[in-house]
Design a protein around this ligand. Structure first.
Ligand code: F0G
Length: 354
């Protein structure tokens, strides 16, 4: 068997690369698509539910698919450095792929508001990190302005190569299922990923690889739901820090994806997100980050409103790994018991009879 070569080589004919493009890859992609029977029984009986585990990418999120292409194209055009604003995952991926490429990476993040694991990644990969006393939307505005002067290559999803790379996840889902799902559900923040998936499905359909297209469904967090409310949210707030975004860059493109696919954009509360977050970990053995669980919370929400058809195939993307945000996990969990180091004490704690 030929080993997996990363998304650029595996999906080369669908991507804007040539023989001259220097490929910077960490062998991203080829992530598991897991059938979630136990979860489905609880949240949507009668639905064939799958989880696309994007936390299994090299830096632990779907951002790697876009970053391999964005950084490869940066080298191709001989730009000097890359820059991004981030709620954490984009900066982790930019830092890692920048390190692999040997170019400087500059990241702007909201001070004190990104998950510990993501900050740790950016630091370890040697990115130059600036924390701003503001939110993601403000960081992105500053980065866009700075990148106008060509010295820095912008690697947020406004960079079209990011979405090109990320669309390969939709193609992979089709390859793994042997067809397109009925519905694809994603958490939505800056709205690039739902746009990318729709592009991927459409291109696979046009190429004759699948015979149908899914409905695209996006879920935002209630306190950060500009697409649902139809206006910018100045102070977005949610426990799901990855999608704490009030003015998404790909706003219109995401709405197009939803409308063209007869899909849906809606929101879930933080309580719903955290309940789904815990349920995925306990029922399926998959630890995702809180933002990722917005997709699963969304399925539960849709099922309660009878919006899912019996027998349909629904895929939820779990966008990032749970270990990125240990603080949130520990905050909602009971602390384990500590006892003295004796058989008796452990037996008593486990409630085992002698
Ligand atoms: N899930 C996770 C784990 C994310 O990190 C993000 C976005 C999303 C979902 C939403 O995807 O923005 O394409 O709609 N994170 C960005 C970042 C904003 O900076 O890491 P989207």
């Amino acid at each position: 068997m030929i080993p997996w070569r990363g998304i650029i080589e595996e999906y080369r004919k669908f991507l804007p690369v040539s023989d001259g493009t220097p490929v910077v890859s960490l062998q991203e992609g080829n992530t598991p698509l897991i059938q979630a029977k136990r979860l489905a029984e609880q949240i949507c009986p009668g639905i064939d539910l799958y989880l696309k585990i994007e936390g299994a990418n090299p830096t632990g999120s779907f951002k790697d698919r876009g970053m391999t292409l964005a950084v490869s194209k940066t080298l191709e055009k001989k730009a000097r450095a890359v820059m991004c604003a981030s709620t954490g995952n984009t900066s982790a991926a930019a830092a890692a792929y920048g390190a692999k490429a040997g170019i400087p990476v500059y990241v702007l993040i909201p001070a004190g508001n990104i998950a510990l694991g993501k900050l740790t990644q950016a630091i370890m990969h040697g990115a130059r990190i600036i924390q701003i006393e503001g939110n993601f939307d403000q960081a992105l505005n500053i980065v866009k302005e700075l990148c106008r002067h060509d010295e820095f290559e912008l690697v947020n999803s406004l960079n079209p190569y990011r979405l090109e790379g990320q669309k390969t996840a939709a193609m992979e889902v089709c390859d793994q299922l042997g067809r397109a799902p009925t519905m694809h559900v994603l958490p939505v923040g800056n709205a690039g990923n739902i746009t990318a998936y729709w592009k991927g499905y459409q291109e696979y359909y046009a190429a004759g690889q699948v015979r149908s297209l899914p409905q695209m469904v996006g879920f935002q967090a209630e306190g950060a739901a500009p697409l649902v409310r139809g206006h910018v949210i100045e102070q977005p707030s949610t426990v799901a820090s990855a999608i704490r975004i009030g003015n998404p860059a790909s706003w219109q493109l995401a709405m197009n994806a939803v409308n063209e696919s007869s899909g849906l954009i809606n929101m879930v509360t933080d309580e719903e997100i955290l309940a789904a977050y815990r349920m995925v970990a306990r029922e399926e053995g998959v630890f995702c980050e809180p933002a990722s669980a917005a997709s699963v919370a969304g399925v539960l929400n849709m099922n309660a409103k009878k919006l899912l058809d019996e027998g349909s195939t629904v895929v939820c993307t779990l966008t990032g790994h749970g270990l990125k945000d240990p603080d949130t996990a520990m905050n909602i969990s009971p602390q384990p018991l500590t006892v003295s180091a004796t058989h008796e004490a452990v037996k008593a704690a486990l409630n085992i009879q002698a």
